[in-house]
Design a protein. Structure first.
Length: 346
């Protein structure tokens, strides 16, 4: 099979497009013929650059921390899946052999694409219990992006913040991947009232395109004043932030009303931010960070996407052989949306 292989850390050019042996699924594993894998700023680009040593990547490495495709082989002990099933997979998983349901496993774990072979390949083997069935009407490119971002956004809004229908939510980074998905989950799944914000008019207006009720360009508008005007002075019930911009977040924090909640799973714009503790305790605000997702939400995310309630934004789809170009785009300005590699595209 063809795969992207990293033999040493460095610039995008260290990635080699090579012919390597086809992987064979072990007991409890399925083999996926990959049709889509997303390119991620930290988990792919920074890992390749060698700035994520704490994740303990194993060289030589086939990157790709997620994938979507078709099951083309199953290992012994697998009864849940059949050849031809549409599936997606991502995240931390066992490194050694485990049962189909993963129960009883106590060995080492690590992310696909970092500690074990990933999705930047024509074929990849993963534990069966770390795969999710896909609705047949969901495109593989969309499915890979849903797998990467929707479960995190769903977990933050629905499980951690416990956002309710009719509540106000302020979505920071309106044009980003977690921002656009968060807007749609809040509006189309929960039924909340959504204020989107970003650092330019064009990026804020992406929030309106995704269904937000209001959009604020905080580079030209007073974020706090606008939120208070929109909410009639009440403030928002939930602040959803995955950026931690030290110039913007303190102002947004003041827009949280009584018994409000701030949730986050990211801090690439920070990480250090000043907040007003008077406002914190006077309004009984809860702050909770929660990376990752709840596996039980995955089928709901995919079904919401299949039903048109969540539409992911894809900036580029490139063949696997163009992985170097994909990383260069990611290190520059790839536009608003995800970059997807498709091994089936040549």
């Amino acid at each position: 099979m063809k795969a992207i292989v990293v033999h040493q850390f460095g610039p995008p050019e260290v990635m080699q497009y090579e012919t390597v042996p086809d992987p064979v699924p072990r007991f409890g594993e399925v083999r996926i013929r990959v049709h889509a894998a997303t390119v991620n700023r930290v988990l792919d680009v920074a890992v390749r650059a060698g700035t994520q040593a704490h994740r303990k990547p194993v060289l030589p490495l086939i990157p790709g921390v997620d994938c979507a495709g078709i099951v083309d082989a199953v290992g012994e002990g697998v009864t849940k899946y059949r050849v031809g099933d549409h599936v997606a997979s991502a995240g931390t998983m066992p490194l050694d052999v485990c049962a189909e349901d993963g129960k009883g496993y106590s060995g080492p774990q690590g992310m696909m694409g970092i500690r074990r072979p990933g999705g930047f390949a024509e074929l990849v083997c993963v534990p069966a219990f770390k795969t999710v069935p896909l609705p047949k009407n969901l495109d593989f490119h969309e499915a890979a992006v849903v797998m990467r971002h929707c479960p995190t956004a769903w977990n933050l809004l629905c499980n951690v913040a416990k956002l309710k229908a009719g509540e106000w939510v302020l979505i920071m980074g309106a044009s980003g991947n977690l921002g656009t998905v968060g807007i749609q989950i809040a509006k189309n799944v929960v039924g909340a009232k959504v204020i989107a914000t970003a650092g330019s008019r064009a990026r804020a207006d992406v929030g309106l395109e995704c269904g937000a009720d209001h959009a604020i360009d905080y580079s030209t508008q007073d974020l706090l004043a606008e939120v208070m005007k929109i909410t009639g002075g009440k403030g928002v019930d939930v602040l959803y932030d995955n950026i931690a911009n030290p110039q913007v977040l303190p102002r947004a924090f003041h827009a949280i009303g009584g018994d409000g909640r701030l949730v986050t799973a990211g801090a690439h714009g920070g990480p250090n931010v000043s907040i007003d503790f008077f406002h914190l305790y006077d309004n009984r605000i809860t702050i909770k960070g929660m990376p990752g997702s709840d596996p039980a939400d995955l089928p709901r995310c995919f079904q919401a996407a299949a039903d048109g309630k969540i539409k992911v934004r894809i900036a580029h789809v490139l063949p696997l052989s163009k992985a170097v170009d994909a990383h260069r785009l990611m290190e520059g300005d790839q536009g608003m949306g995800k970059i997807v590699l498709d091994p089936a595209a040549g």
